[in-house]
Design a protein around this ligand. Structure first.
Ligand SMILES: CC[C@H](C(=O)O)C(=O)SCCNC(=O)CCNC(=O)[C@H](O)C(C)(C)COP(=O)(O)OP(=O)(O)OC[C@H]1O[C@@H](n2cnc3c(N)ncnc32)[C@H](O)[C@@H]1OP(=O)(O)O
Length: 334
């Protein structure tokens, strides 16, 4: 642990030195107090860049036999539907899966658009939360079956699987508190998509179902691995091997859903989801995003790496504006 700390510190110092070399002369002329502030700011910047880099890291690259450009070209051939993103002033993004004639099944171009929207969300500095929902009162019925049939060759399937795992892993790691608003059905890849969100809210009568077994498959968008972390291995095995229909009651019982909303219609359910999410997104952007980043680290990393990540993120807030303003106010949390 100490060795790692030393390695981390030395890496940070090296990085600061590189920056100093760039701006060398100006820095040398500074007073020592200015120098300390300069170094501290550089360290903070380096830490932020490292956290950002970790967050955007994909699971698969060429080293894994993944051919991104090839799969993108293939997906481009299966057009239809869209993925729409609205970024609201309150820091909540609304991502809509929009292909209602096929119960919001993912066409090839929708997979590509999802990747683009995730990139846009990674670059949204004011974002705090995200709600994903499907148009036409239903969530998503997974991959478009026409795409599944046309991509039945082994290499196509593997590339599509890696493409979606990369995108959904980046979605899961966004510094935004994310909610899947499940109306109607979340089937196959649609069920997998819900597990890439931090929370799931369901409307009356809705269901989540991993139907993969019925197709001679297992999840391929990372939904199996994530499901184990959400409901535990025993329940996950039951849901996958039984292709079990998970209604609102069972989802609550398993901890797969946080709450059953009272509205069934789109506008009412969205409003309820916004209100539910806002209790967690209330407050300074930097602090809300940091809370999500600490949890994402704790969820994914071995303990010591998670602790170091928490330290790095803590360092981005300590002595910062939100911290100083809080200290200047009453410190009684009644
Ligand atoms: C590797 C697997 C992959 C993954 O997980 O990564 C997948 O996701 S594979 C896809 C898994 N999903 C399915 O197999 C869903 C198949 N569809 C159904 O079981 C039903 O359609 C259902 C339960 C979603 C909805 O049933 P309901 O009775 O309410 O409606 P319809 O069946 O009449 O559906 C309306 C309309 O939508 C079309 N539809 C539904 N799902 C898909 C889909 N995944 N791909 C393409 N089209 C889909 C359905 O065919 C109907 O169209 P119509 O023209 O009216 O026949």
């Amino acid at each position: 642990m100490l060795g790692q700390f030393a390695a981390d510190s030395s890496a940070s110092v090296q990085s600061v030195c590189k920056r100093l070399a760039h701006t060398g002369e100006a820095a040398c002329r500074s007073t020592s107090a200015e120098m300390v502030i300069f170094i501290w700011k550089n360290l903070l910047q380096t830490t932020k860049e490292r956290i950002l880099q970790q967050r955007r890291m994909s699971v698969y690259s060429q080293a894994h036999g993944y051919e991104e450009e090839l799969i993108k070209k293939k997906l481009q051939q299966f057009a239809g539907g869209s993925i729409n993103l609205t970024k609201e002033d309150n820091g909540i993004g609304i991502l809509t899966l929009n292909n209602p004639k096929s119960m919001n099944a993912f066409t090839g171009t929708m997979m590509l658009e999802l990747q683009e929207k995730v990139t846009e969300l990674e670059n949204w500095k004011d974002g705090k939360g995200l709600i994903i929902y499907g148009a036409g009162n239903t969530f998503c019925s997974g991959s478009d079956l026409n795409v599944v049939k046309a991509m039945s060759k082994f290499q196509d399937g593997m590339n599509m699987c890696m493409f979606m795992q990369n995108t959904l892993t980046r979605l899961m790691r966004l510094p935004l508190i994310s909610v899947a608003l499940v109306q109607g059905k979340a089937i196959g890849g649609g069920a997998e998509l819900t597990t890439a969100c931090d929370f799931r809210l369901m409307t009356p009568g809705s269901e989540i179902r991993f139907v993969h077994k019925l197709m001679g498959l297992v999840p391929g968008w990372g939904g199996g691995a994530r499901l184990v972390r959400i409901v535990g291995s025993r329940a996950a095995l039951q849901l996958l091997s039984g292709a079990t229909r998970v209604d609102t009651e069972r989802a609550l019982h398993l901890g797969l859903s946080e709450e059953t909303l009272s509205s069934s219609d789109e506008a009412g359910a969205l409003e309820e989801a916004r209100a539910w999410l806002s209790q967690y997104t209330e407050g300074p952007v930097s602090v809300i995003r940091a809370a999500k980043e600490v949890v994402a680290g704790g969820r994914e990393l071995p303990l010591e790496a998670a602790l170091r990540t928490e330290k790095d993120i803590f360092g981005t807030l300590w002595g910062g504006p939100a911290n100083l303003q809080a200290l200047a106010r009453s410190l009684k949390h009644k």
